[in-house]
Design a protein around this ligand. Sequence first.
Ligand code: S3P
Length: 172
Amino acid sequence: MRKIILLGYMGCGKTTIAQKLSKIIRIPYLDLDKCIEERTNLSVNEIFEQRGEIFFRKIEHEIFIELVNLPESLIIGLGGGTPCYANNHELLNGQNILSIYLKASIETLFNRLNINKINRPLIASLNELELKEFIAKHLFDRSYYYNKATQKVDVDNKSVDQTVLNILEILA
Ligand code: S3P
């Protein structure tokens, strides 16, 4: 069965786009962060605070493998860092896997994350200038892994519906 994996930096729209896509193509959507929260009974913030990032990356890797190996067709939304740790990027090219990098510019990501960073432990404490620099550097470091996706969709200046349409074209 087929897996459609959505990936990209925090704030690129993975969750919103996956939810909409899921309704249209009637393939269930699972959010990796949510699965981690359910498994640990902790929020992502609490995991970072109480157990540290290394623990988070370990369980993220384990649950990602579990989801990829489930027998049914699924849309899987990754966390922004998932492809960049524990060789997770190697799973983006597996059999029956379509992985889509939702590519957003630093500007787009900054505008979205600046008003919505509280629940994101990596950026919650940064001021505007720090946030912009952080995104620029982090995105540069991570792009190598994001570009391992089998497909890329630009999300800058597009509505959710337009992006979903682009994905539907890829799936057609
Ligand atoms: C992270 C992104 C978050 C979450 C965690 C770490 C990252 O997911 O997995 O806070 O390393 O970029 P979202 O991209 O859904 O915010």
